[in-house]
Design a protein around this ligand. Structure first.
Ligand SMILES: Cc1ncc(C[n+]2csc(CCOP(=O)(O)OP(=O)(O)O)c2C)c(N)n1
Length: 626
């Protein structure tokens, strides 16, 4: 049975273990080749090929349901559930998503993308099943990294007392994106170390139970002693204290053992946790050697593992971290916080120079924000570097714990805008709507790398809540050299008399290109870089009110920059014609930024066309006739 013949998990149920080994090999090849082409989450998927095979052999999907935590490790599941032939379209516009998607397959029972939600969702499903007297299994597949997120504990606490049957599979590879952090991670390592003890336990138990009558009695005594021993060796058993029956640890590459445990868990009456040990990157030496790099990787050459590099520019995150490192050299108050994203946010640069100044708190954005407020309360000047979409987790903490109390916390929001190939869950397109209404918050968005440098320098002496938001793709507007940043003052990049384009962050370049296209059609468009999004440059808004104003943002229209500008004009009772470009009220799928901008009508040629219609010049109406 070859991979592309597999239509559904039924096709793998009768395979021999030998056939499964060869299928696992084929799956790994498909994962490596596809991700080498398309980019994506490789190491995590390579690690759970056998585990996913075992799950699909034991359970009856889609009647039984699996919720993937984060969902980045659902590729093998996709390959086994009728999507092998389309798998080469992974993460491309209109192609297979890199995360579970209900619209893609009935086997994807719940959509994920952000960490630590699976146990809650699975418990909800289990409760619904029991309320409705239905009969199916619910599984949550959770990584040890995701288990650093607070929601997991809220969910386990609830699940343990609920008594509803559900199965949590803990995929423990000792890694989040980078090596995992925190006390629970240390506890899991203790369990791993006691693995020898665990298999000894098994043989003692089977040996003793074989002795008739006395055997069982003796087993109970020995079992009690062993439980005491276990607690002495590895500390109080965390999961059982929470009311989850613990199975494990199980070798994640031993399919028969996995199947046996899954079957036992299936029969257990109540919530169960199966602890499975795997290795990130398993089966591809490059990924095993550099699991962090191959967690989420850009297209690469399979032979060498080297990236097929797209840009020579540093990332926004790198530039931010270089500047912050320079500030750290002279300022002992600076500390940076990461929620398990030290590499992705660029903070590894700062960590290399000042390891103690980078606090990796695990996948815990809420905690990171309130902890930052605490650091500020203690006299430090904290910077929380986080992807804009993950920052959504910190909303309440940002309002109450930071802004209301005016603590000088700086949020460095990376991937603000379309995150492209990761799709819906990863686009950072709500941050302005979150930040702008909050009293006391100042919001900046640089038009390029040089402006970000200046903003980071500015931030050192700014003793109030601050957010600096920048996109995924590096931008350097070489033809517009940058000198210095002044809070609240917008930058006129191009003069124009017919219409003014007000652009934020990544859309400044698009605005300049739009203005160039308009000028070819005889329309003189001014372009303003609105890098202080809050407070607005109201002097400038007043000054340009004599002609139409067009706003551009890589953000949802509702509650974003354009609607804020319109509200300001309305409040001031200034009648001005406005047109806003941004993202309509929808979730945007995955694809390259170019494809997505086109889909959204945000390419310069599309915007230029629409502005011409708006100004009434499209059909050859001369300027003087308008
Ligand atoms: C709320 C949130 N913060 C950060 C991330 C980024 N992220 C994606 S996967 C991951 C690590 C997950 O580790 P683990 O659960 O152990 O899965 P593994 O990749 O090791 O299988 C992180 C931090 C995220 N998806 N969601």
């Amino acid at each position: 049975m070859h991979l592309d013949q597999i239509q559904s998990p039924e096709d793998i149920k009768n395979l021999s273990y030998e056939e499964l080994t060869s299928l696992a090999h084929e799956i790994r090849e498909s994962l490596i080749n596809t991700v080498a082409d398309r980019g994506g989450h490789l190491a995590s998927n390579l690690g759970i090929v056998e585990l996913t095979l075992a799950i699909h052999r034991v359970f009856d999907m889609p009647r039984d349901r699996i919720v993937f935590d984060v969902g980045h490790q659902s590729y093998v599941h996709k390959l086994l559930t009728g999507r092998a032939r389309q798998f080469h379209t992974l993460r491309t516009f209109g192609g297979i998503s890199g995360f579970p998607k209900k619209a893609e397959s009935p086997y994807d029972s719940f959509e994920t993308g952000h960490a630590s939600t699976a146990i809650s969702a699975a418990l909800g499903m289990a409760r619904a099943r029991d309320f409705l007297h239905e009969d199916y299994q619910v599984i949550a597949l959770v990584g040890d990294g995701a288990l650093t997120g607070g929601m997991c504990y809220e969910a386990m606490n609830d699940a343990g007392s609920s008594g509803n049957h559900m199965i949590i599979i803990l995929n423990d590879n000792e890694m989040s994106i980078a090596p995992n952090v925190g006390a629970l991670s240390r506890h899991l390592t203790d369990i791993r170390i006691s693995r020898g003890w665990s298999s000894a336990k098994k043989s003692v138990r089977t040996g003793l139970k074989k002795l008739p009558l006395i055997g069982h009695g003796l087993y109970n005594v020995v079992h009690t002693v062993k439980m005491m021993l276990k607690h002495a060796i590895i500390g109080e058993d965390f999961f059982e204290t929470l009311g989850l029956h613990y199975f494990g640890p199980i070798d994640g590459y031993d399919i028969p053992a996995l199947e046996k445990t899954l079957k036992r868990a299936r029969e257990y009456d109540g919530p169960v946790l199966i602890h499975v040990l795997t290795t990130k990157g398993h089966g591809y030496d490059k990924a095993e050697e550099q699991p962090e790099h191959f967690h989420g990787v850009a297209p690469f050459y399979v032979e060498t593992g080297d990236s097929k590099k797209a840009s020579d520019l540093p990332s926004f995150g790198q530039v931010m971290a270089e500047e912050l490192t320079m500030i750290c050299e002279r300022n002992p108050r600076i500390a940076a916080i990461s929620a398990a994203m030290v590499g992705g946010t660029g903070l590894s640069i700062l960590k290399a120079r000042f390891p103690d100044r980078v606090l990796d708190v695990g996948i815990a954005e809420e905690h990171a924000t309130t902890m930052a407020a605490g650091l500020a309360a203690g006299g430090m000047k904290p910077y929380f570097a986080v992807y804009a979409s993950f920052f959504q987790r910190s909303y309440d903490q940002m309002i109450h714990d930071v802004c209301m109390q005016k603590w000088p916390v700086t949020f460095l929001l990376d991937r603000a805008g379309l995150s492209a190939h990761d799709g819906e869950t990863h686009h950072g397109v709500f941050f302005l709507a979150e930040l702008l209404p909050v009293p006391g918050m100042t919001v900046l968005a640089p038009r390029d790398l040089n402006e970000l440098r200046q903003m980071i320098r500015f931030s050192e002496t700014f003793e109030q809540p601050l957010a600096i938001a920048y996109g995924r793709d590096s931008i350097l507007l070489e033809e517009y050299p940058y000198t210095s940043f002044t809070l609240g003052k917008w930058e006129a990049l191009r003069e124009g008399t017919d219409v003014t384009l007000l652009a934020v962050g990544s859309m400044v370049r698009e605005a300049l290109d739009t203005a160039a296209l308009l000028s070819e059609k005889g329309i003189s468009a001014g372009v303003i870089n609105c890098s202080t999004v809050k407070p607005l440059d109201t002097d400038l808004l007043r000054a340009i009110a004599d002609r139409p104003v067009v706003t551009m943002e890589e953000h949802v229209l509702l509650g974003g920059f354009g609607s804020t500008v319109e509200t300001w004009y309305a409040q001031e009772e200034i009648a001005v014609r406005t047109l806003s470009f941004g993202i309509p009220d929808m979730y945007v799928q995955h694809g390259s930024r170019g494809k997505l901008l086109k889909y959204l009508g945000l390419l310069p040629e599309q915007m230029a066309q629409r502005i011409r219609v708006y100004l009434g010049t499209l059909h050859g109406v001369k300027k003087n006739d308008r």
